[in-house]
Design a protein around this ligand. Sequence first.
Ligand SMILES: [Zn+2]
Length: 129
Amino acid sequence: MPDCLFCKIVTGDIPCHKIWEDDAHLAFLDINPIQEGHTLVIPKAHASYLFDMDDPSYQHLLAASKQVATHLKNALQVPRIGVGVEGFAVDHVHVHLVPVSGVGQLDSSNAAPADQAFLVQLAQKIKKI
Ligand SMILES: [Zn+2]
């Protein structure tokens, strides 16, 4: 999709703080995190709505998200990784993985721009684990 922000991230036309990828998925830090380490997992192929995806693509996306969430939990030493999907901001399926340590920490009204240099360091820290 030519005008899709996340398709441009997949092709590399727009940079991202990548922490993981496989053939069909990409995981990168959200630049407006709700919590430190807030990550987005996306399918590389454009899709608009999670529950319109075909079953194999849907299941692979959730399996990829599980893998990234396990990695994030270990890297950041948090008790849980919260999950959210709504997709109004960017019309390309993305699974929000948000490190949480208590109730109410998935509130998207807490999203705020992160310092870019901090995100570079955080992505490197997460990738090392
Ligand atoms: Zn797209």
